[in-house]
Design a protein around this ligand. Structure first.
Ligand SMILES: NC(=O)c1ccc[n+]([C@@H]2O[C@H](COP(=O)([O-])OP(=O)(O)OC[C@H]3O[C@@H](n4cnc5c(N)ncnc54)[C@H](OP(=O)(O)O)[C@@H]3O)[C@@H](O)[C@H]2O)c1
Length: 316
């Protein structure tokens, strides 16, 4: 794909998007145009070498920006958990199809194993899955769905990352030293540092071809291991709450009410279900083979190294 310097268009740059954006700006291979509903972009963008283009996320507005900027790849990091995810992404796809040169699209996925568990969490049935179907039904635009597991930064004290806290969805709160274990805590979870996801997306955009599913994982760990690691590193003990109640039963009870409306309790149960059934865990052999083939063998930071690195910077 990448032979000369090319323009990457980034849509919906928020918390995870910031890491991806900063890594593209740092790369000598790309110019960056950020698509945003806000003409000014985010305050932190002001000192970066990038262009912000305001859009209402209609295909017409997006196509004009893609053509004017000569973008060749569009990456979405838009965060929507209702069916408007499909509407907005359909406009992005339509814009790529109509554009002169933007024929590669990475939609906003960045979660668990969507090849083996496409409908996890359950709300993906009305959001990500219908859009994936649209991608499969066309041939004009190449695409890949990036699976990254949990963002490893959530294991750090809040002050150390640009990611906003995900508690109580994420079981560990390293700010308050509190953890609510879901399942046994020994279920394996893939985790990747947010900035390594940014670096991996940059590498992916230099690759000559894509597969429908790209797996990246900095570490395969468990929440029990992560707690031990944090306790030994900082010398502080966690207050632990273990969900000893038969969890899958509780989850099933909550999820059976999903037809009555989407509540926070249901969203939490859907994520718990993923933790317990290990759908945030990626096939190791395939993930490592893709790392060599598409990501130039890039090195990912382990959790131990992330803890050490966090001491040397304000934000990781
Ligand atoms: N694996 C993990 O652990 C993990 C954790 C968190 C997030 N994620 C995933 O990472 C992706 C980004 O999440 P994030 O936390 O970085 O998101 P975020 O900061 O909450 O939002 C990202 C951007 O989405 C855009 N947006 C929001 N509502 C929109 C709307 N109605 N129409 C169009 N654009 C809208 C906004 O861009 P503008 O205001 O500039 O238009 C916003 O800055 C999502 O796919 C999310 O599921 C994964």
């Amino acid at each position: 794909m990448a032979t000369a310097r090319q323009t990457i268009a980034l849509a919906g740059v928020g918390n995870l998007g910031r890491y991806i954006c900063e890594e593209f700006v740092a790369s000598p291979d790309f110019d960056v145009v950020v698509l945003s509903r806000d003409a000014a972009g985010k305050p932190w963008m002001k000192n970066l070498d990038l262009t912000v283009s305001q859009t209402d996320y209609t295909a017409a507005s997006l196509t004009k920006i893609l053509n004017d900027s000569k973008a060749s790849i569009l990456v979405s990091v838009i965060n929507l958990i209702d069916p408007s995810y499909v509407t907005v992404h359909a406009e992005l796809l339509s814009a790529c199809r109509q554009s002169v040169a933007c024929k590669h699209l990475i939609p906003s996925e960045f979660a668990g194993d969507c090849e083996k568990y496409p409908l996890r969490p359950g709300y993906y049935v009305n959001t990500r899955e219908p859009f994936r179907q649209m991608l499969r039904e066309q041939r004009d635009v190449k695409w890949t769905l990036v699976n990254m597991g949990y963002i490893m930064d959530y294991l750090l004290p809040q002050s150390k990352t640009h990611m906003l806290p995900l508690v109580p969805e994420f079981p560990i709160d390293a700010e308050k030293w509190h953890a609510t274990l879901r399942g046994t805590g020994d279920e394996v979870q893939s985790m990747t540092r947010a900035r390594d996801t940014g670096r991996a997306v940059v590498e992916l955009c230099k690759a000559k071809e894509w597969e429908p599913y790209t797996f990246i994982s900095g570490e395969w760990t468990t929440f029990n291991q992560a707690i031990k690691e944090l306790e030994s590193y900082y010398g502080t003990a966690f207050s632990l709450v273990s969900t000893s109640y038969p969890l899958m039963h509780a989850i099933t009870q909550v999820l059976s009410k999903a037809d009555e409306g989407f509540t926070f309790e249901i969203a939490l149960a859907q994520v718990e279900e993923m933790i317990v059934e290990e759908s945030f865990t990626f096939p190791k052999e395939k993930t490592l083979a893709q790392r060599e083939k598409y990501l130039g063998g890039m090195k990912f930071m382990s959790f131990r190294d992330l803890l050490k690195y966090a001491e040397t910077v304000d934000k990781v």
